[in-house]
Design a protein around this ligand. Structure first.
Ligand SMILES: Cc1cc2nc3c(=O)[nH]c(=O)nc-3n(C[C@H](O)[C@H](O)[C@H](O)COP(=O)(O)O)c2cc1C
Length: 313
């Protein structure tokens, strides 16, 4: 059985990628994720200068299936972070640098710094639901024309493939995807967290330090599959130029990985499952994915990639 794949021309030993924001703030941790079986790793989102992030609590396990977070994009700034990329690169697997900024200029400066440090792919986080500066009451990734401008600027400044991480918190994810592709995006990752809030009935106040945050974990898996399907069906129908799609949202088993590959995803990202299972999340998902493929008689991911999309087109 062969579960190797590629992303924007870069070979991956398997389709499982560590999602941005989980264990991704240190090169040494990213190396451990690589050793635990991941096909590639994404870093915590990095900006132009150091940021402390929000007050605690920043991450809450509301239930088995609901994770709520509002970290506030804490990071040491791109200059300081370059060394972590270099360490992560010694793992031998592709390193995706997640970057954010407050303007086209900042996005391109950080992306350039990450490319210079050795990142194989840059992922633009235009979709943090609670901590990017708000333009006209919306965040960057909710405004297609602004998103297109950022992507275009980063593409002009870099040579590595550029992914854009999309927000589910929009009226039409297809329109945002279109803007990214028109701006030159080489691929799309979706979804980031779903805007959310939890009230503590005892203290009678919101539970997160930042009050509001983003939801992840199995409770968003069906929302994510729908958003991924919206984008991939538009591509299949020829309404949107086809680029690789990386699926994310609530993946914690081999069957979950299969769900996203069946929709046509090139790879998947795993985030909250690492908070639940630790680094074993990768070996668990790989073993279960291989079990699923064996049972179905599939030898490669191509044997079933996009099979379920036919029902939707
Ligand atoms: C604690 C935490 C921190 C996150 N930080 C980031 C981040 O810095 N940048 C980013 O693009 N996404 C971030 N995310 C979103 C994840 O990368 C992912 O898109 C989302 O959680 C859905 O996947 P999951 O259900 O497997 O967690 C974060 C998620 C969590 C739970």
């Amino acid at each position: 059985m062969d579960i190797s794949t590629s992303l924007c021309g870069i070979p991956l030993r398997n389709p499982l990628i560590l999602a941005s924001g989980i264990l991704g703030n240190k090169g040494a941790l990213l190396r451990r994720v690589a050793e635990s079986g991941a096909g590639a790793v994404a870093t915590k989102s990095v900006g132009p200068e150091p940021r402390e992030g929000y007050n605690n609590p920043t991450v809450l396990y509301v239930s088995e299936d609901i994770v709520l977070n509002a970290m506030g994009l804490p990071n040491p700034g791109c200059e300081q972070f370059a060394g972590e990329i270099e360490t992560a690169k010694t793992s031998g697997i592709p390193v995706i640098a997640s970057v954010f900024g407050r303007s086209q200029e900042e996005f391109s400066l950080v992306a350039m710094a990450m490319e210079e440090a050795g990142a194989d792919i840059v992922e633009l986080n235009v979709s943090c639901p609670h901590s990017l500066p708000r333009l006209k009451g919306l965040h960057l990734g909710q405004i297609p024309v602004e998103t297109k401008g950022v992507v275009k600027r980063v593409k002009q400044a870099t040579t590595v493939p550029v992914l854009v991480k999309l927000s589910p918190n929009v009226t039409s994810i297809v329109e945002v995807a279109r803007a990214c592709i028109e701006g030159g995006a080489d691929g799309l990752s979706l979804i980031n967290t779903v805007q959310a809030l939890e009230i503590d009935p005892l203290t009678e106040r919101p539970m997160l330090g930042n009050m509001v945050g983003g939801q992840s974990g199995p409770s968003i898996r069906c929302i994510a599959q729908r958003k991924v399907a919206d984008v991939l069906t538009a591509m299949r129908r020829g309404e949107l130029e086809a680029v690789p799609v990386v699926g994310a949202g609530g993946i914690e088993s081999g069957e979950d990985v299969a769900r996203y590959i069946l929709l046509g995803c090139q790879c998947v990202q795993i985030g909250s499952a690492v908070l639940k299972y630790g680094l074993d999340a990768f070996s668990k998902c790989l073993k279960e994915l291989e079990g699923y493929m064996k049972e179905k008689g599939y030898e490669t991911l191509e044997d079933f990639r996009g099979k379920s999309l036919e029902w939707l087109v």
